[in-house]
Design a protein around this ligand. Structure first.
Ligand code: HEM
Length: 136
């Protein structure tokens, strides 16, 4: 807190502050962990968009045509691409947690491999999903 900086006590007598991200050296594990939470939040928005799409599909006619046009536009495609990547990264993050639930992958090398693996896995799965969507 700000007042801690203005403490009249000498620095060695002040109570320790809990360190935050600007204190730690950045690591792959830390970045992927932050992405995991951020993509989880993004998935709430994506789920709303999916709901809009399904409601429009159920309504049919003009509503479905409008929604399809929006998702087919450049901005719509960028949003859908971001949603796909967020979903894939979050799922890969979920699998990373599943490995930890099995009490494996805590060693420094394994932690890094899992972090990079989930990032690379998300890129590959997103590319496969979009390639599949365009080829079908
Ligand atoms: C639309 C679907 C989903 C939404 C909206 C969502 C949302 C979120 C959010 C907001 C968080 C962060 C919670 C926090 O840090 O306080 C979270 C965490 C988590 N999610 Fe999801 N999630 C979804 C799907 C999934 C799936 C499919 C998986 C598994 C494959 C998954 C696995 C996890 C795990 C393991 C955590 C905990 C991470 C941690 O403890 O640091 N989620 N999710």
């Amino acid at each position: 807190m700000a007042e801690a900086n203005y403490s009249p006590l000498p620095i060695e007598q002040r109570r320790p502050l809990s360190p935050h991200i600007q204190i730690y050296r950045w690591s792959a594990t830390m970045v992927v962990s932050i992405f995991h939470r951020a993509t989880g939040v993004a998935l709430y928005v994506g789920t709303l968009l999916l709901t809009v799409y399904l409601l429009a599909a159920a309504g049919g006619g003009v509503a479905f045509a409008d929604v399809s046009r929006f998702f087919g536009s450049l901005i719509g495609q960028v949003i859908l691409f971001g949603y796909t990547f967020a979903l894939m990264l979050h799922v890969c993050g979920g699998l990373r947690h599943a490995v930890w639930e099995a009490a494996r992958g805590f060693e420094p090398g394994a932690r890094n491999a899992l972090a990079w693996g989930s990032l690379i896995g998300a890129v590959v799965l997103t590319a496969l999903a979009w390639a599949g969507a365009y080829l079908l």
